[in-house]
Design a protein around this ligand. Structure first.
Ligand code: NAG
Ligand code: NAG
Ligand code: NAG
Length: 218
């Protein structure tokens, strides 16, 4: 009968989805969660070290693409159909490696936030190491979608060949806010809470969080 056919079709469909899922959006390997949570612990002190120890309105010069926010992620997901999470995760590592390097570069040897930032960088490198080792090497040789490849090429350009128009000024705190928010969005499986389904990729989630903590505007 027809309804039996429909049920069979449904099962076949579900089965195919199940088969396809790991290919289309590689889940975050569980091994990633330990270093990412450690990183998250460090990031919880970012206000103290990235704002209070710097002059008011202090900004540093970063590459345009080093401003990598939740809105960039949603835009890229719209631009590239079936965009693999792994591609965005790779981009996240690439961007934030540059961000940490630039923050460290402006801090003199004895800057009170230097040990914090240096430790953050070590923890970031640890997470990157686990990331690289928990995926087969071929994954990192895969061709990137064009928009992502363009971004990547710009990020890895020699600094003195970057035209003036592609530099931006951003505060260290805002860069680490982006770092933290996009980490939760792209590795949400590691930050899932038991009580409630959270959408770490939505800007409103972080606005709410800010009010809850009664943190002053940054
Ligand atoms: C991440 O850090 C925040 C504090 O910034 C904390 O509230 C949250 O529980 C941490 N998440 C995990 C999974 O460790
Ligand atoms: C910091 O920036 C804000 C907004 O742009 C401005 O109103 C304020 O005067 C600035 N503070 C200092 C000390 O420059
Ligand atoms: C994020 O979006 C801004 C514009 O809102 C853009 O300047 C920046 O290059 C984007 N970042 C990346 C990594 O694409």
């Amino acid at each position: 009968s027809q309804s039996a056919h429909k049920i069979v079709a449904l099962f076949v469909g579900l089965f195919c989805l199940f088969l396809l899922a790991p290919v289309q959006m590689a889940p975050t390997p569980a091994s990633m969660c330990t270093p990412l949570k450690t990183l998250n612990d460090s990031l919880s002190h970012r206000r103290r070290y990235m704002k209070h120890n710097f002059p008011i309105n202090y900004t540093i010069r970063v590459h345009q693409h080093e401003v990598f926010k939740l809105s960039n992620i949603s835009r890229m997901r719209l631009q590239v159909e079936g965009l693999d999470e792994l591609v965005l995760q790779r981009l996240w590592f690439q961007v934030n490696q540059g961000v940490l390097k630039k923050i460290l570069r402006v801090m003199p040897e004895r800057h009170p936030s230097r040990p914090y930032t240096a430790e953050l960088e070590i923890r970031f490198r640890d997470a990157e190491g686990v990331f690289v080792h928990s995926h087969p090497a071929e994954v990192f040789q895969q061709e990137l979608p064009e928009v992502i490849q363009d971004t990547w090429d710009h990020l890895t350009e020699e600094p003195d060949r970057v035209p003036e128009s592609r530099w931006r000024y951003a505060s260290p705190k805002s860069l680490l806010d982006n770092f933290c928010h996009t980490m939760h969005c792209l590795f949400s499986e590691c930050f899932a809470s038991k009580e409630a389904q959270q959408d770490y990729c939505s800007v409103s989630y972080w606005r709410k969080g800010r009010k809850k903590d009664l943190e002053p505007e940054s």
